[in-house]
Design a protein around this ligand. Structure first.
Ligand SMILES: Nc1ncnc2c1ncn2[C@@H]1O[C@H](COP(=O)(O)OP(=O)(O)OP(=O)(O)O)[C@@H](O)[C@H]1O
Length: 255
């Protein structure tokens, strides 16, 4: 068997990494991802970008085992990521969350503690403190008792970020956290993403926007069913890569 260098994504020394190899996803008649291989390093803020329908959300869900992969593997520290789900905090797109569910901000964030506490067990004082700190960190303490359905989009996103923080995960995955939110909330969320990365966590974010927000990312994965490029932001955002992913449709980007 011939092994190509591109087949072996390698993490930087000292960092852990998620290694995605030859991942493929098929929805009935649609091939959503084809032979995608890359590594995501801890300690870096990594964005997944690409045009509409490129397979960004599919990639995140397939990596986490939320939808079946037709081919390939996803390893974390050389073991299947699916066997280590307790290490993952995942925040889906806001449109996929049932906001009519009767939960307050406090309830939603405490749900992040269930994995550590176990269902049907009382939450410890530690769990309560972790949840309260997470709510404070995202600036939502004043809304603790508010039903989540009565929050603005940006506040909802902050609550789910607090829940992810309360999980005390190693790997944080966010699908389009900036869709339809204001600048102030975006900047609060990016500050927290950077803090998580600085604490050597793995932070992976699906990001639709190629404007100013892209400059926050250290590394990028550029997709269009196939992997177009992965690596540092500067490497990935070359004119050639953008042309391959978007054709002539990119009007502006900031490298
Ligand atoms: N449940 C599904 N059943 C069938 N096809 C699907 C399903 N989900 C996604 N697809 C198709 O798979 C492809 C990739 O979709 P995906 O939502 O992953 O792209 P995306 O890059 O996240 O798009 P967007 O930026 O528009 O959110 C698209 O062609 C989409 O129509």
């Amino acid at each position: 068997m011939v092994c190509h260098l591109r087949d072996v994504p390698v993490a930087a020394t000292g960092a852990t990494s998620i290694n995605v190899s030859h991942l493929g996803v098929q929805y009935r008649t649609v091939e959503a991802l084809r032979d995608v291989s890359f590594a995501v390093k801890s300690g870096r803020l990594t964005g997944i970008i690409g045009p509409n329908g490129a397979g960004k959300s599919t990639l995140m869900k397939a990596m986490l085992g939320l939808i079946p992969a037709a081919a390939g593997s996803v390893l974390y520290n050389e073991r299947p990521l699916m066997e280590q789900r307790e290490l993952v905090a995942y925040v889906p797109q806001r449109s996929q969350i049932d906001w009519t569910y009767p939960a307050t901000v406090w309830d939603a964030v405490m749900m992040g503690r269930v994995k550590k506490t176990g269902w049907f067990r009382r939450f410890s004082n530690v769990s309560r403190r972790v949840a309260a700190d997470a709510i404070e960190r995202v600036g939502m303490s004043a809304y603790r008792d508010r039903p989540i359905g009565q929050l603005s989009g940006g506040q909802q996103q902050r609550v789910f970020l607090a829940r992810a923080i309360a999980q005390q995960a190693e790997i944080f995955c966010f699908d389009e956290p900036f869709a339809g939110i204001d600048q102030k909330t975006q900047s609060i969320i990016f500050d927290i993403f950077h803090e998580l990365a600085d604490a050597n966590k793995t932070v992976l974010v699906v990001n639709h926007d190629l404007g100013e927000s892209i400059t926050h990312f250290d590394d990028l994965i550029l997709l269009n069913t196939d992997l177009i490029a992965s690596g540092s932001r500067q490497e990935v955002l070359s004119q050639e890569n953008l042309y391959r992913a978007y054709g002539g449709k990119v009007a502006f980007f900031a490298a």
